[in-house]
Design a protein around this ligand. Sequence first.
Ligand code: DGL
Length: 281
Amino acid sequence: MSHAPVGVFDSGIGGLSVAREIRRALPAEHLLYFADTAYLPYGDRSTDWVRNRSLTVGRYLQELGAKALVVACNTASGAALESLREHLAVPVIGLEPAVKPAVRDSPSGRVGVMATVGTLGSDRYARLITAYGGTATVVPQPCPGLADAVEDGLLSGDELDRTLAPFIEPLREARVDTVVLGCTHYVFIRDAIARALGPGVRLIDSGGAIARQTERILRERGELAPEGPGSLRVLTTGPAAEVAEVAARIWGDPLPVERVDLPREDPLLTQSHRGTEKAGE
Ligand code: DGL
């Protein structure tokens, strides 16, 4: 038994889709969620950059007492999972696009994968396709800017539909019957994606699988939280009020959001406009 929190991190609030699955599976756990909003998006950054930053965040959550680290970001998992496992003392649970079940269950063998440029360009993704792609036609669809749109609170409506259109068109042309949501942000716009793809297309993500994996690992280590209501605390490197506003909309309830300054250990780590303009740094 352990009262220590489970650290969960993403470049922004997208990983709350994973935190939600963990809360469902493990309601007694205390979750310490880290949104690296000042540096979002990770998806357009280099592998080295994402690896360095993920290590900085992972070490920080470990220092705050996390008993395990859930990397609730496909991009960070693709770039940094091995390094995190090498450098952290706590178990690290990662995420990958749900290609395996998508290929297995696709009636036509035509599957689309919506994800960031970083995820689709990673060695981990290439290995995933080699291992599980089989004879299926797997159509990778990079969606630059889409995680930003979700982060800005664009969750439905015409503007979102217009933003989605160029990413959906190639998938419709390829006549895929299954689409993998390979970025944790996209789970929050699942309805708009489903509508744009049209009827009969199944959407699949990895949130449930990562929650089951988290449960398995904590159980094996004897570190599940004892009975009692768990909690969710959100830390962000971005502007807390704005993050709290969108987080409450996607979560369905207000969430406590605190701003933290996580030092830049590497000169490569330049902040995005979210950190500089909105947080006034
Ligand atoms: N939510 C992240 C993922 O699952 C990516 C968002 C970003 O580009 O920062 O890949």
